[in-house]
Structure formats: C-alpha cells, structure tokens
Design a protein around this ligand. Structure first.
Ligand code: DAH
Length: 340
C-alpha cells in the first residue's frame, strides 16, 4: 500500500500542467470520483488495524497534496489568461516623441543646400583663430577697431595670443592658402564678438561665408548668384538691391537687401517701412587678399559674401529676440518639432 501511495505521489509531481485541458485531466486522474486516490481510500478497509492510522494519514496527505497542486496550477493559468485579455488591440497607439532641429541648424542647412546646388562645397575652419587669418590676411589695417579688446575676445594659447574668430571670412583665407583656383566654397560656423547681450546683439552668433575665385569673375556674377540665393530662400518673387559699402577685404563692397517678405515690400515695422531688409555683406575680393594667400591677382578675380544665420532665421520664422536662440527654452524649441 505504501508503495502505491509513493507511486501516486510521484505521478502527481511529474504531471505536466501547462494548459487548462491538462489541468482537467489532472483533476479527473487524482481528484475525480474514479480517481486513483479514491480507489486507494477504498482499499483502506483491507489494511491491518495496527497500520490503519499511519496509512490513513499518508492517504490524507496525498489527497491534500493533489488538491493543492490542482489549486496552484488553476490560479496560475487564470492569471495568465486574465493578463492576455487585458490587451486591447483597438486602443489608439501612443504617439512617439520626436526631437527637433534647432531653427539655426535648419536654416544653416538650407543655405548650404542652396549653394551646393550651384557647385559650392562646404569648408570649415577653427573658432580660435590667429591674427593672420582673422585680420591681417584680410587686409585689416593694424589700427582697425575690430582688433580692439572692446570688440573682440582675445585668448592666450600657450605663448600665442589668439582671438575667437569675429567672422567666418577667416575660412576664406585658409581655403585660398590650400587650394588652387577655381574655388567655390561655402563656410558655415559660429563667430564671437565682445557685445553686451540684448534682443538685437549677442556675443556669439552664426555666419555663412561664400567665396568664388576663377578667371574673369565679375560683379555681375556676384549679383546673379545672390539673386538666385534670395529667390531660393525667400521665394521666386524676392528681389535684391545692393548699396555701396566698405569692408577691408573687398573692393568694391556692397551691402545687400532683400525685398521685405513680411509685408511684400509695402512697408511694415520689421522693414521699418522701407520695403527692404538687410541680409548680407559682399564684394569683389581685394587683390591684396588674393596675393596674401598666394593667388595671382593678375590672373584670377573673385567675389565673397557673408551672411548672419540668425538674421535669415529671424526673417523666415519672425523671431525678433536674438536671445531666444541660445536660451534653450523648451517652449520655443518645441515649435520647430516636425509633425509626423
Ligand atoms: N565678414 C563680414 C562681417 O562679419 C561679412 C562679409 C562682408 C563677408 C563682405 C564677406 C564680404 O565675405 O565680402 O560682417
């Protein structure tokens, strides 16, 4: 009898219950009216009296073991099925949080792409620049105010006095020193000036510099290139006008205005009722600048231009406070999140 109890005990332990059909088979086999345990109980009558107590207890324990095994598996299977039924396939999906490009990056990339389409390639230079590349090679006289501490951040690098570049024109020099013409290049980057921070001025901002050097390049080529840029950037109705100006590194030099995209040149507070907005400086590269970088000014000529990325972004997105671009206010940045 004891052996039979042990056998049943083992088959309860070995019984695999991994679904409700197996659970029902288990119930019939060990707990039903014709179960193995029931038939063992009916054999108890024939057990000698002195062993009845002991065998009876073993049988009871066996029954309890079978019942507990059954209940355990039953509740396990119920939990699994209730988890499954919680999945509601008709629920709307949760939207994915996307990041955004900073508007300055977006506009910078757009400017670069516009010039890429007419063969300009990107070049870059260091933000900590020496006097030669930022000033001297660009024909700045020794006493030019931009060389003053009040306008420029100077830094010491080892023994050398360096400056945080005040414009991306320094990259022009580096490209001309290292490349033989023809040159068609666009140089985006960050620049620094010693200015008090306000809505209209900042101590760092971004520029894109352009440079074209070849034989027989004329002012007409410059004008056509900038008109192409303005129309790609601000729409095909955009017009440009050039005003004579002065930069040490170009001769002649001009400042370029684009027709006001906000009021269609009718006059508004952004264009100060003139119908025009200033967007960049440009000119024909001064022969002194070509020579300083080792380019023969009798064979080659060229034009250069430089624009502020914040300025163009301001006009595109109507952001009037320069400080917004670097404050990292999530409410500002979120407005530039692309919609999926
Ligand atoms: N470097 C000038 C500035 O920071 C912008 C500029 C003007 C760049 C005329 C040029 C240029 O290449 O030809 O204000």
């Amino acid at each position: 009898m004891k052996d039979s109890i042990d056998l049943v005990n083992k088959s309860i332990t070995d019984f695999k219950i991994d679904n409700s059909a197996a659970l029902e088979q288990f119930r019939i086999k060990f707990l039903g009216s014709k179960s193995e345990i029931k038939s063992l109980f009916s054999e108890l009558k024939s057990v000698p009296n002195d062993q009845k107590k002991e065998i009876g207890k073993l049988l009871n324990d066996l029954r309890i073991f079978a019942e507990e095994t059954y209940e355990n598996h039953k509740s396990k299977l119920e939990t699994i099925s209730s988890v499954k039924s919680d999945v509601d396939f008709s629920r709307p999906g949760e939207s994915i949080q996307t990041g955004a490009h900073h508007p300055i990056s977006t506009v910078k990339n757009e400017i670069v792409e516009i010039f890429n389409r007419i063969g300009y390639i990107v070049s870059e230079g260091p933000e900590i620049e020496d006097d030669w590349h930022n000033f001297s090679a660009l024909n700045f006289p020794k006493e030019h105010p931009a060389r003053d501490m009040q306008d420029t951040f100077f830094v010491e690098k080892g023994e050398r006095e360096m400056a945080l570049r005040t414009h991306t024109s320094s990259v022009q020099v580096r490209v001309m020193e290292n490349t033989n013409p023809p040159i068609r290049t666009i140089s985006p980057g960050r620049v620094y000036r010693n200015e008090a921070i306000s809505a209209r001025a900042h101590c760092f901002f971004h520029q894109v510099e352009g440079l074209f050097i070849d034989k027989n390049v004329s002012f007409a080529d410059l004008k056509q290139t900038l008109l192409y840029f303005a129309q790609e950037m601000f729409g095909e109705k955009a017009q440009i006008r050039m005003r004579p100006s002065y930069f040490p590194f170009t001769e002649p030099s001009a400042e370029v205005d684009v027709s006001c995209t906000i009021c269609n040149s009718k006059g508004c507070n952004v264009c100060k009722y003139t119908g025009w907005l200033e967007i960049l400086g440009c000119g024909m590269v001064d022969p002194n600048v070509l020579e300083a970088s080792g380019i023969d000014s009798k064979i080659y000529s060229g034009f250069a231009f430089g624009m502020g990325v914040e300025r163009i972004t301001q006009l595109k997105y109507k952001v009037n406070d320069l400080r917004m671009y670097s404050e990292n206010d999530i409410r500002f940045l979120k407005q530039f999140t692309p919609t999926l």
